[in-house]
Design a protein around this ligand. Structure first.
Ligand code: NAP
Length: 279
């Protein structure tokens, strides 16, 4: 970590809980690779004190904050400006200081788009299967829309919830996770957005039937722990390409850092950051 002195700038994360977050490690590593006099600290904030926390952070001159569960939606009330994508997605995970307060962004979506690009997964005109309809799926769906996906099959355990969130997306069809066999034959891009298979439940997979995986040409599992999920193993066994969520994690952090510091992170630093986090 850099030496802390009178010119050190503060970044941080607000959420509850924050003990297990990877963000301080990623951002402090990034700051040290860039030689920035910056320190990134986690702050546990109770929901009822969110407004005070945002105002107080601004008063203290904190340049930027990441926002995590359970504040990603409510924090939108306390920003001075809101990025269009964050407004459409309906969630903010990044606050960057502007005159009079913070501007809210969503970098899960930009991190996801940058990861797709890294994996050379071309979405434009393609049919896509999205597994899950939680917070991450919202950012994924927004990105898929922007990138021009053709038909999107959203498979979720709770279809009522999925209908509420995505019912008005014209090219999306919502199905129960057990109805995967109604998807027309083809070779799809698949984005795994459920929390099934997350460590320590490494052997779990949201769809266990091997026949499903014949539909998948390339896939991203948003989970990055374990490095190779049971879902990824099944995709590969059926002849498809599969990637984990580590690049998305790195890119969402890099995008946040770029909003915080208002400067671009060079590609070689992003590569070095990934290499260190993945080792
Ligand atoms: P969330 O809002 O809690 O949503 C969880 C999703 O998983 C829901 O669709 C839920 O279905 C589904 N699910 C949970 N348990 C299930 C089960 N037993 N069977 C079937 N479906 C189940 O979580 P989130 O924020 O969207 O995050 C989802 C995953 O993405 C997490 O593992 C998270 O770590 C990862 N993520 C990664 C990144 C990254 O940068 N790589 C970023 C964000 C999130 P129901 O709606 O039916 O409950």
């Amino acid at each position: 970590m850099n030496e802390i002195n009178g010119r050190t700038r503060i970044l941080g994360l607000i959420g509850e809980p924050v003990e297990h977050t990877e963000s301080p490690a990623i951002h402090n590593l990034l700051a040290s690779k860039l030689g920035d006099n910056v320190v990134y600290v986690p702050f546990e904030v109770k929901p009822k004190r969110l407004e005070e926390a945002v105002e107080g952070a601004y008063a203290l001159g904190i340049e930027g904050l990441n926002v995590t569960i359970p504040h990603k939606v409510k924090v939108m009330q306390y920003v001075t400006e809101l990025d269009d994508a964050a407004l459409e997605i309906g969630a903010v995970n990044t606050l960057a200081s502007v005159r009079g307060g913070y501007k809210g962004y969503n970098t899960d979506f930009s991190g996801f788009m940058r990861a797709l690009d890294k994996f050379d997964m071309q979405v434009n005109g393609r049919d896509v299967i999205v597994l899950g309809a939680g917070g991450a799926a919202k950012a994924v769906m927004y990105a898929l829309g922007k990138l021009g996906a053709r038909q999107i099959y959203i498979l979720n355990r709770d279809t009522e919830k999925a209908e509420l969130i995505f019912g008005n997306v014209p090219n999306a069809r919502i199905m129960n996770i057990n109805e995967w066999d109604q998807i027309p034959e083809g070779r799809y891009i698949c984005i795994q957005c459920t929390s099934v298979g997350l460590s320590p439940n490494d052997d779990d997979c949201v769809i266990s039937d091997d026949r499903f995986y014949a539909l998948i040409e390339s896939a991203m599992d948003l989970i990055y722990k374990p490095k190779e999920t049971a879902f990824m193993k099944k995709v590969k066994a059926a002849g498809g390409r599969a990637y984990n969520g580590m690049w998305m994690l790195v890119f969402q952090a890099v995008s946040s850092y770029e909003f915080f510091t208002k400067k671009e992170v060079p590609e070689e630093i992003v590569e070095a950051l990934y290499a260190e986090l993945d080792s």
